[in-house]
Design a protein around this ligand. Sequence first.
Ligand SMILES: [Zn+2]
Ligand SMILES: [Zn+2]
Length: 445
Amino acid sequence: MCRKAVLTVLGLLLATLANAQQPPDPEISKAKTFFETAGNPGDRWIEGETMVPHVAPASHFQATMVYYPGAEELQPDEMRVIFMGSAPYPNESQSGMSILVELGNGNRFVFDLGIGSLRNYNALMIPFNTINHVFFTHLHMDHVSDLPYFTMFRPIQGGWTPLHIYGPSGSDEQYGIAHMVKHMMKMTAWHQDSFHSWPIGEGYAPIVHEVDFMDAGGVAYEADGVEITHWPTSHTKDGATSYRLDWNGRSLCYTGDNRPNSLTIEYCKDVDILISEVQTATVSISSMSLGMPPAMAAYTIDTSHTPAYGLGYICKQTKPRVCVGTHYGFDDIFNNEVVAQVRHHYRGAFAFGAPDLVTFNVHGDRKVWWRPAVTAGTAQTPRPVFESETVTLPAPRHQVHDVINDRVKANEIPPEKWYPEGHKPELVREWPLTEDLEIPNPFAR
Ligand SMILES: [Zn+2]
Ligand SMILES: [Zn+2]
């Protein structure tokens, strides 16, 4: 080592020793303390009214104030809940009730499939063939009416396995979900036979799991560490059901439509997300906007629905990480009233499960966050997802020409008349096989 280098090392050592002996610069210490404590309440004060410490975004979020579908990988221990529908009356920004629950283990569950909600599944690029389990709280059409379309078009998007449909029995066989699905399949006979010219497989053989609507705490589903339980609730008629989903220490209650129910308090204690319908108890005013006589509005709510005061009462008793009001015409005039009514009883985190596409995440040590999803108005159907390297295309039951008679076919204008010269492709008028066909996965990413 040269003399200069030795002196340099010696100088550095002396400087370090001198620094160690000197008291820390008070200005630096003050600045460090400032950045450690200022604005961070710790246990020195309560921040805000509802922003309790468990309301927090996750560091892996692609953006904290909006959810970009497809841009954010669900973590192995995370639960994501998206409102695909959020109202009894559909409008431009709200469809009939539907909630998609996505779990970090790859499972997806749908609760209710109300009118118009399927356009949001397409907009969020959720392929129909990745939805195999649909649960219904009750059989009102604002919760059910997209089921026939979903059942009929799911096989066209690769849903060739049976769809599992869960729902309550009723006071009589004709009021249960099994009866409804059986007759839905009859209603769609023409559709099925027409689409049976394409690969359908078992897509038109739904499996119905009818649960006893009176079974309080019964298990509707159990697999892969997921348990979904149910209990009866009071809503217009026997046969309305509430659900709770548990997985990996995460939990969610979706009570459907109902009067505030003591069983909800029993079964939903300390859940991460409690989702309930909510109504403003202001019928004389809201009936003006809905065009319903106040007496009829009052009768509807007072027999069958949950005013915001009732939701606040339920959430005060159950103490969810976040209390969510949905099945609600999202409107600023009434939003403030709903919050005020909920707050009469409940001081914890509250959010609207409305309008459509609001997205909730439960992540980390049971932290919750919510934000709207961003979709493109022009989004079309997503590509089906198959995990395997090969895909087995089920053979159609018949050819298109088998179910159109010769006299109707004879009226088809010959393509030569309307294709320009040189543009007529080789026409595909027949499916080539009457057996299942295994091909390399055409949708592999
Ligand atoms: Zn409803
Ligand atoms: Zn209802």
